[in-house]
Design a protein around this ligand. Structure first.
Ligand code: GTP
Ligand code: MG
Length: 249
């Protein structure tokens, strides 16, 4: 395998072919952005696979993705609602990981809040041997003060939980933008599936708490997080409760 050779030889390969990467895009009513995201990933990252995991969108998201998947065999739509599955972001991402077949997977939001150009850096670090590469929010523009406050407080608690458990950690343990060696992620998940909160939003945190500190090679890619410009946030009190569950499980 080319990526394995790269790891052994510690050389970086050109970024022309991304066929050993899958981007997992969870969607819940993201028709305003999903088409453009798929288009940009297709042109900027040749041969990269894309799995859109939808949870019953009612705004045409699935129709858009289905149409694009007909003309591009690298695009796959997973329709969890049609499969009768319970809605959940973490569960969707795990389903996307399970469905994907490539050596690496990159998880990101479908609302354009995560800069697509950072995929290149995540991919590069994975190819150089990192087990996981976390895109870390260095700063957040235009977040309401209350949201910043809540976010900081929760981050502190999250770091305390990981410290107390001797678990793996990083600067942005709640990031929704990261890349992993897929087999490693699935191994950790299958041994600890009951500790992943399916309806929650913090799959990275659930993953980190199941891994001993110091056991992973973690890469980091800093970026500036912008507030949503398109569509509406799905984060709410339910996700707050799910996070409490994540802290306790
Ligand atoms: N499949 C699936 N996707 C979801 C679900 N909830 C949210 N999403 C998607 O997950 C991503 C993150 O959700 P957001 O609503 O953007 O959450 P957020 O980024 O924390 O909040 P904002 O900053 O306000 O956008 C987006 O791509 C959503 O469409 C869900 O239950 N199932
Ligand atoms: Mg968002």
């Amino acid at each position: 395998m080319r990526a394995a050779q790269v790891r052994r030889g510690c050389v970086s390969m050109g970024n022309k072919d991304y066929s050993h990467f899958t981007v997992i895009l969870p969607t819940l009513n993201e028709n305003g952005t999903i088409g453009a995201m798929i288009g940009r990933i297709g042109t900027e990252y040749p041969r990269m696979r894309i799995i859109v995991v939808d949870d019953g969108s009612s705004d045409g998201t699935r129709g858009t993705v289905r149409r694009l998947s007909r003309s591009n065999k690298r695009v796959t739509l997973m329709d969890r609602h049609a499969e009768g599955k319970r809605r959940g972001l973490t569960a969707s991402i795990v389903d996307g990981m399970r469905r994907s077949t490539t050596e690496y997977a990159i998880v990101m939001d479908s609302d354009m809040q995560h800069p697509l150009e950072k995929i290149r850096e995540i991919a590069r670090q994975l190819e150089r041997g990192c087990d996981i590469v976390v895109a870390e929010r260095e700063s957040v523009t235009d977040w309401a003060p209350y949201r910043q406050l809540i976010s900081r407080a929760l981050m502190r608690v999250g770091l305390m939980v990981l410290d107390a458990e001797g678990s793996e950690t990083c600067k942005d343990v709640f990031s929704g933008f990261f890349g992993v060696r897929r087999s490693m992620f699935m191994r950790v998940y299958s041994r600890n599936s009951s500790r992943f909160v399916g309806e929650g939003y913090k799959v990275l945190f659930d993953f980190l708490k199941c891994v001993d500190r110091g056991s992973l090679r973690i890469g980091r890619v800093p970026y500036v997080f912008h507030v949503r410009e398109f569509g509406r946030s799905k984060a709410g009190y339910r996700q707050g409760l799910a996070l409490l569950k994540s802290f306790l499980s």
